[in-house]
Design a protein around this ligand. Structure first.
Ligand code: ADP
Ligand code: TYD
Length: 225
């Protein structure tokens, strides 16, 4: 992990994301609902904090005043809108999160650990809701510029039926949620979107059927590299 080496050496091994000095500390955890993102993000944040690191712990959509205001609109399935509008809402939240929070935290040398980013838009609005991959990638690049790719991107992959069983246990009324009520076929497409991302970008795939401890260990190894 870069901080182990201290100031000067840590500068030598840090990476540039476009013009942005990110110090290899920008981590995104992704996957379908129920994959284990919340669980793993918490364990990673705890680990980093135990090692005296400052961590910015965030989740999309949210993390800014605007994002928190838009989140309930996004999650309200009674507000009818198109897939394009869905993507634009997520993209607005994401751009503000990058500009107001992520950029600042990385420039201070802090870790940023985020639950979801534009990979979710590719999987849900692209593969799930039928928007073109090209339009999502093009618009996202414009919005995020030098933060387009995190230093460490992780997709926790899980068969849909296993994720659904986990979600049934987690929620009292699964159908009340806009996305979680969309059914197996929708989620199969979303999973295909994540598998497409793994093929096309430098993203680590982790088998979500392993134990919580095993997955946590794999993620710690990635941030220590
Ligand atoms: P997500 O944030 O991706 O929706 P969560 O972390 O909330 O997923 O996990 C969904 C449910 O599955 C929770 O009840 C959690 O305790 C459980 N869970 C998470 N990871 C595992 C795992 N590796 N094995 C078994 N159950 C898990
Ligand atoms: P949330 O309750 O945060 O779910 P989770 O804990 O699984 O992350 O709801 C976020 C929902 O929004 C989730 O179903 C995925 C979806 N989503 C998109 O469709 N596109 C996106 O760009 C993002 C960030 C999320």
């Amino acid at each position: 992990m870069s901080y182990v080496y201290g100031g000067f050496l840590s500068f030598l091994i840090s990476s540039y994301n476009g013009d942005m000095l990110t110090n290899n500390k920008y981590v995104v955890i992704e996957g379908i609902d129920g994959a284990g993102k919340t669980t793993q993000k918490k364990l990673l944040v705890d680990y980093l904090q135990l090692n005296n690191q400052v961590v910015c712990d965030i989740k999309e959509p949210g993390g800014t005043r605007l994002g928190e205001e838009i989140r309930p609109i996004i999650k309200n399935s009674h507000i009818i809108r198109s897939a394009e509008t869905d993507f634009e809402l997520f993209n607005i939240c994401r751009r503000e999160l990058a500009q107001q929070v992520i950029r600042q935290e990385l420039s201070l040398g802090h870790w940023v650990v985020c639950d979801r980013n534009w990979f979710s838009s590719l999987a849900y609005q692209g593969f799930g809701q039928g928007l073109s991959v090209e339009s999502i990638v093009t618009q996202t690049k414009k919005s995020l510029t030098d933060l387009f790719l995190p230093d460490i991107s992780i997709i926790i992959d899980l068969p849909i039926d296993v994720a659904f069983n986990r979600l049934r246990k987690r929620h009292d009324d699964v159908s009340s949620d806009n996305f979680e009520s969309r059914g197996l076929d929708f989620y199969k497409k979303v999973r295909d979107g994540y598998l497409w991302l793994i093929k096309n970008y430098s993203i680590h795939k982790i088998d979500g059927q392993q134990s919580i401890e095993t997955i946590n260990q794999s993620i710690i190894e990635l941030v220590q590299d």
